[in-house]
Design a protein around this ligand. Structure first.
Ligand code: GDP
Ligand code: MG
Length: 719
């Protein structure tokens, strides 16, 4: 077993260092067999220590779980010692006292008179010279109860054995004494029940020295009697007399070796001799354990490779050591980072972000699932800004009441003769001014988007240089802020420009004549409808209507149809609408409240502080005036709104996005690339150096682990 120790402990070292302890779980070795067949003796010989109670009759009466720990690699003392689970902390330094403690502890539960118990005794042996492995010694199968044994002793012991050998990770040593008929072997019967294909069963024949003269086990050993896939090994353990004479295990092994060599049958046949002796049994077990280790290797190797890939990726991101910070190449590195940043920035804006070297950024945003960079800006223009602006209606925040009051106020002291143009002017300005706020907000949104893009443009190496990173963010923010002012100003100016001149000769503007014409058409239609439904007596009322077809016809004579304007355009009574009501104004007689009888003295009512038009319902004429003004506002507002939706994105692109994009590299270089500052900027974060060192150590360790895995794979168990 010793050959495996270095390999196993190397693997253990590696796994421990990699933080993996359970990668290789060596099989348990379990001995089963009839009573006094030599199970305990076989275990002792394998371990190479005398510590198990042995003898005739039922000696092993509780399972003994023996855990061996190799201490050669953990720098502990070189001495061996044993420790029982039931006596934690108590170290046994000699095997004679271990043996008496096993006896004592067995009897504690089972009594002195041959009773048995399922509860195992746990013994750990720490030694630099053992293979870390678990072995289990079990009571032998007894047929007839004796002493304090229960009636179903055989069944109980079988159950106990099954419990341990049914573990698929157990190697079964099926022990049968050679002076007994192998066909009656309890051990083989039990093993076959749990391991029908014999992949983990080794047949062990004991007491070869006690066979009758003239008989030998060669047929069994050559697998001719009850074939086992892993075959048989024959051993000669120390007999009772040897034990009484204190024959050491080592001397016992020598004695065994000479027995087989001198034997008239086994000693003459090399094939047979290869199946004889405790040493061969150990080798056999070694091979099985080695196969097990090798089965674990591919998985282990994969784990090492994966870890190595991770470590190398991290090392790559950490870049070359900080020693360059003060060296001559650091200036070049700084320039490279600055230019990489601005290249990334441009790329993201222009929609090449997905393909460029933006490893760090891709993790922040999945370009297959969400919009990214420039596409987001475009979405702000179309989905956010334009959609909102088109949602602003010509009369939002403007009630009919306000329109009517404005018109009335525009008349001034003059009685209402014409629809005063100044009211249109006042109202349309008020509505145009409403556009400024969303325009300025759009600039804000794009500004925030550019900040986001700038954080996405940081090369991954930048995490190493926190000072540089902070300074870069500062410079970029300054650049953005500086570009922000003229952009906002320009957007505000777009509104001011509109307010500066209300262009009533805009080709798309409906103009006074068409506004009136449309209204006429509407009213005419309504009158026609009414006429067709009313009797002729009521038609007189229609002719009083200031918008009766006659009035309209007179009015339209003065309108320049080609230009859509009035020949004498201008505010006041010669404005664009002044033609409409040329002729007698319609004065509605006012009724005075409280004026109840002819005999009473007439008093003017108290003039209120605030006069509101709501007090009197709009006359038909009021309504017509409002309709005209409204259709003019509607037409003109839509023209301005369309211009604005078109011009704001253009303005933002020119003054903000393109400007920042084009100025970025120059700005960064001129602000940050100064000889005196390079060293300071290229100072690595403190933890980076530490992290790099850890990574490098890990990388070394993984390399070694890989070597060991290869070494173990090529390890030859047979010398
Ligand atoms: P267990 O009950 O199966 O654990 O058997 P033990 O290991 O306690 O052995 C029972 C008895 O047989 C002890 O007295 C041993 O010394 C003796 N014995 C075991 N193996 C051999 C052997 O190969 N040759 C001889 N001569 N005696 C043996
Ligand atoms: Mg025993």
């Amino acid at each position: 077993m010793e050959q495996l120790i270095p390999i196993a402990s190397k693997l253990q070292d590696v796994l421990g260092a990699l933080g993996q302890t359970t990668a290789i779980d060596l099989p348990q070795i379990v001995v089963v067999g009839g009573q006094s067949s030599g199970k305990s003796s076989v275990l002792e010989a394998i371990v190479g220590r005398s510590f198990l109670p042995r003898g005739s009759g039922i000696v092993t009466r509780r399972p003994l779980v023996l855990q061996l720990f190799n201490t050669s690699h953990d720098g502990q003392s070189e001495t061996e010692f044993g420790e029982f689970l039931h006596q934690p902390g108590k170290r046994y330094h000699d095997f004679v006292s271990i043996r008496s403690e096993i006896v004592r502890e067995t009897e504690r539960l089972t009594g002195p008179n041959k009773g048995i118990d399922h509860a195992p005794i746990h013994l750990k042996i720490y030694s630099p010279e053992v293979l870390s492995l678990t072995l289990v010694d079990l009571p032998g199968i007894a047929k007839v109860p004796v002493g304090d044994q229960p009636e179903n002793i055989e069944e109980q012991i079988r159950e106990m054995c099954m419990e341990y050998i049914s573990n698929p990770n157990a190697i079964i040593l099926a022990v049968t004494s050679a002076n007994q008929d192998i066909a009656n072997s309890d051990a083989l019967k039990l093993a076959q029940a749990v391991d029908p294909h014999g992949t983990r069963t080794v047949g062990v024949l004991t007491k070869l020295d006690l066979m009758d003269d003239g008989t030998d086990a060669s047929d069994i050993l050559m697998n001719r009697v009850i074939p086992l896939r892993r075959g048989y090994v024959a051993v000669v353990n120390r007999g009772q007399r040897d034990v009484n004479n204190d024959l050491s295990i080592q001397d016992g092994l020598k004695k065994e070796e000479s027995f087989f060599r001198a034997h008239s049958v086994y000693g003459r046949d090399r094939q047979l001799l290869a199946k004889c002796g405790t040493k061969r049994l150990s080798q056999h077990l070694n091979t099985m354990l080695m196969h097990h280790i090798r089965d674990c290797l591919p998985d282990l190797k994969n784990r090492i490779i994966n870890m190595a890939v991770d470590v190398n990726q991290e090392l790559e991101a950490l870049g070359t050591p900080a020693s360059v910070a003060s060296g001559p190449s650091s200036g070049g590195e700084l320039l490279r980072l600055l230019s990489k940043f601005s290249t990334n920035f441009t790329a993201i804006i222009e929609g090449r972000g997905g393909q460029n070297d933006l490893r760090g950024q891709r993790s922040k945003c999945d370009p297959f699932r969400e919009l990214f960079g420039g596409a987001r800006i475009s979405t702000i223009f179309t989905e956010v800004f334009a959609a909102t602006i088109f949602g602003v209606g010509p009369f939002d925040g403007l009630s009919d009441e306000e329109i009517r009051t404005t018109i009335c106020n525009a008349h001034g002291t003059r009685p209402a003769l014409f629809v005063p143009e100044v009211s249109f002017d006042i109202l349309i300005r008020r509505q145009i001014a409403r556009l400024e706020q969303p325009g300025v907000q759009c600039v804000d949104l794009v500004y925030e988007e550019l900040q986001r893009i700038s954080s996405q443009s940081e090369p991954s190496e930048l995490t190493r240089f926190p000072t540089l990173r902070d300074r870069m963010i500062e410079v970029v923010n300054m650049l953005l802020k500086r570009a922000m002012e003229p952009t906002q100003m320009m957007v505000s100016n777009l509104v001011k420009i509109e307010l500066a001149y209300i262009n009533t000769s805009h080709p798309d503007f409906i103009g006074g004549s068409r506004a009136v014409a449309q209204l006429m058409e509407k009213v005419g239609k309504e009158n026609d409808d009414r006429r067709s439904t009313l009797q002729s007596g009521s038609v007189a009322g229609v002719s009083n209507n200031p918008l009766s077809p006659t009035v309209y016809r007179n009015a339209s004579e003065n309108f320049d149809d080609d230009n859509g304007v009035f020949p004498d355009g201008g505010p006041g009574d010669s404005g664009i609408m002044n033609f409409i009501f040329r002729g007698k104004p319609t004065v509605q007689p006012q009724r005075h409240r409280g004026n109840s009888g002819p005999s009473s003295v007439v008093h003017l009512p108290q003039v209120p502080d605030t006069m509101k038009q709501t007090d009197t319902p709009p006359t038909e004429r009021d309504q017509v005036e409002m309709q005209v003004i409204k259709s003019l506002i509607d037409s003109y507002f839509k023209i301005v709104r369309k211009n604005f939706v078109d011009l704001v994105p253009k303005t933002i692109m020119y003054y903000l996005v393109n400007h920042v994009r084009d100025a970025m590299q120059n700005e960064l270089v001129s602000e940050l690339y100064r000889d005196a500052e390079v060293g300071n900027l290229m100072q690595e974060a403190e933890d980076i150096a530490q992290r790099r060192q850890t990574c490098e150590e890990m990388s070394d360790l993984l390399g070694k682990a890989m070597d060991i895995v290869t070494e173990v794979r090529d390890f030859n168990t047979f010398k």
